[in-house]
Structures are given as structure tokens and as C-alpha cells.
Design a binder for this molecule. Structure first.
Ligand code: SAM
Length: 191
């Protein structure tokens, strides 16, 4: 195993769980790299939900999925991820959050503490036993720092009997490197 950046680390940790997943979520579709990763690493009959507040982001995601021949299993949803429970009522096997703003896009559309924590509340409620959520947070900009603190406080308070929560970050990288949070729901995954 090699030491990778936070996002690559998140993907390495998720891969195994994805191989038998039925329902997975990309909470921040952006340019679609992570949605494509989820679609490519789940069974053919899995459903990948991808949320973003920007039409521009979903259009980029749709193009990427179409080029990869994986659009059919994805449900691209123009909505705040805090509203996820209005769209999904089934157990979620895995979910990814890649926080912040669309690279090259409007920085005003960055994820925010209150809605990110609300989305994490909804998704932890939907998470299947054995399910995993990864969150990559960017404390290097002002809104990101406040958001990271709110995310860490929310996750630290999750009940130990139901969730295992870990944090990972590079220790020798300059400029406030991203932090990866990993949330696992205790219990056995359904066969
Ligand atoms: C860092 S980008 C995600 C990168 C993306 N996963 C990829 O693979 O390219 C963060 C995205 O979160 C979206 N976003 C911001 N606030 C949101 C919210 N409340 N609900 C859903 N998406 C949101 C932004 O529009 C932006 O596209």
C-alpha cells in the first residue's frame, strides 16, 4: 500500500464496500470524477445518486458518465444534499463527500457547515449496517475551516455503539492539507 492524498485514500477505503453495493451516493457531484468512480466500481444493477446545487456541475457529471458509458445507473439530482431524505428512503451502502467549491467554478457555491452537517445527519440515518461514508474536508479556506470544525464536532458526537469514526491527514504537508473522515456503521452487511 502507498500513502496517497486524502481523496485517493477515500477511494481505496471505499472500493471493497462498493463491490456488493446496491445504493451509493455522491453528495457533491462537481465535475463528476467521484460519481464516475462510484459508477465504475459498483455492480451493474447498483444505483448511484449524485447531488449538486449547480446545473453546470451536473452537466459536467452527465458528460463524464456518458463518455464512460455509465450514465444509465446514475440519478443526477439538482438539490442540496441536506434534502437527501426527500429523494432516498432505502439503505445506503456507501457515500462520498468531497467538500468545497467546483474547481474553476463559482467559489460562492462552496459547501457550508450547516447544510453539510444536515446532510451527514440524513446520510448516517440511512447508512446500511457495514456501510461507509467518506468526507474530504478542506480547512485551508475560511468557509472550509469553519465547515471542517462543524463536521468534526458532529462526527465526534456520533454514538460509538452505532458508528466507528476516524480522521486521517498528512502530517508533513504545507498549507493546511485536506482531512479525510471515515464513518462506518456497525453491524453486518446484508448478503
Ligand atoms: C469540490 S466540488 C466536488 C468535486 C466532485 N466530487 C468531482 O469529482 O469533481 C464540490 C461541489 O459541491 C457542490 N455543492 C456545494 N454546496 C452543495 C450543497 N449544499 N449540496 C450539494 N452540492 C453542493 C458544489 O456545487 C461543487 O460542485
Amino acid at each position: 500500500m502507498t500513502v496517497e492524498n486524502a481523496l485517493a485514500m477515500a477511494k481505496s477505503l471505499l472500493r471493497d464496500r462498493l463491490s456488493a453495493a446496491k445504493t451509493v451516493v455522491d453528495a457533491t457531484a462537481g465535475n463528476g470524477h467521484d460519481t464516475l468512480f462510484l459508477a465504475a466500481n459498483t455492480p451493474e444493477d447498483a444505483v448511484v445518486w449524485a447531488f449538486d446545487r449547480q446545473q453546470e456541475a451536473l452537466a459536467a457529471t452527465a458528460r463524464r458518465l456518458a463518455a464512460g458509458g455509465l450514465a444509465g445507473k446514475c440519478r443526477l439530482t439538482l438539490a442540496c444534499h441536506s434534502a437527501i431524505a426527500a429523494y432516498l428512503a432505502v439503505p445506503v451502502d456507501a457515500a462520498m463527500f468531497n467538500l468545497g467549491y467546483l474547481p474553476g467554478g463559482d467559489h460562492g457555491f462552496t459547501t457550508r457547515a450547516a447544510t453539510t452537517v444536515a446532510a451527514l445527519g440524513a446520510l448516517t440515518g440511512l447508512l446500511a449496517p457495514g456501510g461507509l461514508i467518506t468526507v474530504v474536508a478542506y480547512p485551508g479556506h475560511a468557509a472550509g475551516s469553519e465547515e471542517n470544525e462543524a463536521v468534526a464536532a458532529f462526527l465526534a458526537a456520533l454514538p460509538q455503539a452505532d458508528f466507528t469514526v476516524a480522521a486521517w491527514r498528512m502530517l508533513n504537508q504545507k498549507n493546511m492539507p485536506p482531512i479525510l473522515y471515515i464513518i462506518g456503521k456497525t453491524g453486518r452487511e446484508a448478503k
